[in-house]
Design a binder for this molecule. Structure first.
Ligand SMILES: [Zn+2]
Length: 227
C-alpha cells in the first residue's frame, strides 16, 4: 500500500526511455523490453561470442544474451547496472542469462562460476562488481558454486572505452592472477563479464588461468558489441 502510494508520487522510471513504469513493469517498460535484440546464441556452437574468442581462448562454450550498440536498450541496461547501481536490473538480467544458458544444455557440467573481478579499490568505491551480481544469478540458476575471490585483478587498469584493439590488449597484460590454482584443477569454470567487446579482458583472465592443470573454461557475457 505504502509502496503503491509512493510509486504514484515518485514513479519508477524505465532505464532506457525514462517513462514511468506501470503495472507489473520493473526497471524497464514493456515497449523497451520488446525492442531488445536478444542474440539467442547460447544454444549454438560457433556463435558470434565463440567466434570472437577463437584463436585466443580455447573455450568449451561461450554465449552472450544481448546485442549491444550505441544508443540501444542493452547499452542503457549495462550503463544502469555499471554506473548507477541498479542492482535490481542486474538480478533481473542475470537470471535471464542463467536461464538461457541452462536451457541450451551446453553449460550443464559447469562446476564454478566466477565474475571478471574489479581491482579492489574500484570495487570498494563502486560498492559492488556488476559482473559479480550477474555471476551470482547465473550460479544460482545453474546450481553451481560462485567463486568471487580466487581470480583477482592485480592492478588498476584504466577504462577500456576509447581504446583500440591493440591498446586494449596492452592495457590488460598481466592484469589478473589466481590465489589458489589448486581449487580450479580439473574443474569447468564459467567466466562472467558484462560486455564482450574485443575480448581483451577475457583473454587476460585466461592468461592467469591457462597453466592450471585440466581446467576447462567457458564464457558468458550479458552483452556483445555489434557494429
Ligand atoms: Zn522504456
Amino acid at each position: 500500500m505504502v509502496h503503491d502510494i509512493l510509486r504514484l508520487i515518485f514513479p519508477d522510471l524505465c532505464c532506457h526511455c525514462g517513462e514511468p513504469l506501470v503495472g507489473d513493469e520493473r526497471n524497464i517498460c514493456t515497449l523497451c523490453l520488446s525492442k531488445i535484440t536478444w542474440t539467442h546464441n547460447a544454444a549454438h556452437s560457433e556463435n558470434d561470442t565463440e567466434i570472437r574468442l577463437t584463436g585466443r581462448i580455447p573455450v568449451v562454450a561461450a554465449a552472450s544474451l544481448l546485442e549491444f550498440h550505441k544508443g540501444n536498450v542493452a547499452q542503457s541496461i549495462i550503463h544502469q547496472i555499471k554506473y548507477h547501481g541498479n542492482t535490481q536490473l542486474a538480478h533481473q538480467f542475470g537470471t535471464i542469462l542463467g536461464e538461457e544458458l541452462k536451457a541450451s544444455r551446453r553449460f550443464d557440467d559447469i562446476d564454478i562460476v566466477a565474475p571478471v573481478p574489479l581491482f579492489w579499490w574500484r570495487h570498494l568505491r563502486r560498492g559492488y562488481n556488476q559482473s559479480q551480481l550477474l555471476a551470482a544469478e547465473v550460479a544460482k540458476t545453474l546450481q553451481c558454486q560462485l567463486s568471487t575471490n580466487n581470480l583477482y585483478r592485480r592492478r588498476h587498469t584504466p577504462s577500456q572505452t576509447h581504446r583500440n584493439r591493440q591498446q586494449r590488449i596492452d592495457n590488460m597484460v598481466s592484469a589478473f592472477s589466481v590465489r589458489s590454482p589448486k581449487q580450479l584443477e580439473g574443474k569447468h569454470l564459467l567466466l562472467i563479464d558484462d560486455v564482450l567487446t574485443t575480448g581483451a579482458t577475457t583473454e587476460s583472465c585466461y592468461h592467469a588461468l591457462q597453466s592450471i592443470p585440466d581446467l576447462r573454461i567457458s564464457v558468458a557475457t550479458l552483452a556483445i558489441t555489434v557494429s
